[in-house]
Design a protein around this ligand. Structure first.
Ligand code: F0G
Length: 448
């Protein structure tokens, strides 16, 4: 059951098979190069692609566009305080803006920053400050078939080993990403949040949470962690942040908006310094690169994210897609995460060797078979790593219906059934920064 209905609709069309084949070829077998109008169901990302509520649109009309000290900023500060418990907020144009502002304050050349897993922009901003990001994912995350809860956890043993290796003085910040996007959207338990905060305190480091999907994470704590069955999502959401010194937030995820983000903290000195960086990179610290109406939508969206039944329905819809795919015998990473289903391309296209990007070949096959756009998060997106060849199907919030999910599952089953029609791919053109190649490289089938 859905607790909302559509108030506005956007037409989508499924181009013919010939049109899809021609579009993917012209896109250089890279779905980032497709025109969105040629995509039937767009699962490229859950970031900024969701549907806003009538209340959010209404709030946008009230947006106060004052350069400094707007009412909209005051509303956001109040929401962040009520929902997340922080005293200070610095709005930014999106999550990576918050990373640039905050990590520029907290890091210096030569620092080392452990995280359960860095998202790509977080990693890039830490590197940009001259520091070294280190992933400490839980060992359970390496088994795609284990249905253990909280496979997104921070591995404290790995954290402690890192302290032994580089010394506590090199680690000014410990980060925790909830949910863990780089590990199939797996959640982090409250116990692990507490333990990671304690680990940070023990080595005199600040504890920062990458809070993008904090409401989805709270839902998993409520449904899977002992002692939280009767707590409300709002209570759990706040408790997650109790031990954090600061957060970075992409509003495009769990603040249910199309654009926006912020950093939040309690410490006055960090706040003052962050405001100076915000002026340099984002805008005056009461608008941070956003219009007043964007800020209003984010203030309302944050509250909606923790108001039932929103997030329960959201995570259950993602699980429903996972179930439909499993029923069609399509191998998926288990359990299903909060915002996306991850397909195991090395199994689905087991005839394609890793160097020929089975994940990217599967992404192209999903588009060819059914106009579905996913994203490769394996050897093509992360060159030089041994990341498993997963394909992420990220569901936009409050956007697609059961029939769309069925089409996605049928499309994936079709791609699997026709596996021998699909070849591996080779890169024919790539940008100078290898790390960014999956956004723009052009490829071709190895047999052409
Ligand atoms: N942190 C995490 C965990 C993210 O997933 C993202 C964005 C960011 C930070 C950066 O936020 O895009 O607002 O600047 N993830 C999107 C994705 C892009 O598709 O997973 P942003």
């Amino acid at each position: 059951m859905r607790s909302y209905k559509a108030k506005m609709v956007e037409p989508i069309t499924l181009p013919s098979r010939e049109e899809r084949e021609s579009a993917i070829e012209q896109a250089g077998y890279n779905v980032f190069n497709l025109d969105a109008r040629d995509v039937y169901i767009d699962l490229l990302t859950d970031s900024g692609t969701g549907t806003m509520s009538a209340d959010q649109w209404a709030a946008m009309i009230r947006g106060d566009e004052a350069y400094a000290g707007s009412d909209s900023f005051a509303n956001l500060a109040e929401s962040v305080h009520d929902v997340m418990g922080f005293e200070h907020v610095v709005p930014t144009h999106q999550g990576r803006g918050a990373e640039n502002v905050l990590y520029g304050v907290l890091l210096e050349d030569g620092d080392v920053v452990p995280n359960n897993s860095h998202f790509d922009t977080t990693r890039a901003h830490i590197v940009n400050q001259g520091a070294e990001p280190v992933d400490c994912p839980s060992p359970a995350s390496r088994d795609p078939d284990s249905t253990a809860s909280f496979k997104g956890n921070f591995d404290l043993d790995a954290g402690r080993a890192l302290v032994e290796e580089v010394g506590a003085d090199s680690i000014p910040v410990v980060v925790l990403t909830i949910t863990n996007n780089s590990v199939a959207g797996q959640p982090v338990s409250m116990e692990n949040i507490r333990a990671t905060a304690e680990f940070a305190r023990d080595i005199d480091a600040l504890f920062v949470i990458d809070a993008c999907r904090f409401a989805e994470n709270a839902h998993f704590i409520k449904t899977h962690e002992q002692g939280y069955e009767d707590a409300s999502i709002a209570e759990i959401a706040r408790e997650q942040f109790e031990h954090a010194d600061a957060i970075t937030m992409s509003g495009k995820k769990d603040a249910l908006v199309n654009i926006g983000g912020f950093a939040a903290m309690n410490d006055e000195a960090i706040f003052e310094h962050a405001k100076q960086r915000a002026i340099l990179y984002e805008g005056f610290p009461t608008y941070g690169g956003l219009s007043g109406r964007d800020i209003e939508a984010m203030a309302v969206g944050l509250r909606e994210a923790v108001t039932p039944p929103y997030v329960g329905e959201r995570v259950e819809q993602v699980a429903e897609l996972g179930d439909l795919l499993s029923e069609a015998d399509v191998p998926v990473y288990l359990p299903t995460g909060g915002h996306a289903v991850y397909l195991d391309a090395s199994e689905i296209f087991s005839h394609i060797p890793k160097e020929q990007f089975p994940g990217q070949a599967l992404v192209c096959a999903l588009y060819r078979e059914g106009g579905v756009r996913g994203v490769e998060l394996g050897g093509f997106a992360f060159p030089g790593t041994d990341r498993p060849d997963l394909v992420r199907l990220a569901l936009p919030r409050r956007t697609y219906s059961r029939e769309h999910l069925e089409h996605i599952a049928e499309t994936a089953a079709e791609a699997m059934a026709n596996a021998d029609e699909y070849d591996g791919l080779e890169i024919v053109e790539e940008p100078p920064m290898k790390e960014l190649r999956h956004f723009s490289a052009r490829l071709k089938p190895v047999s052409n």
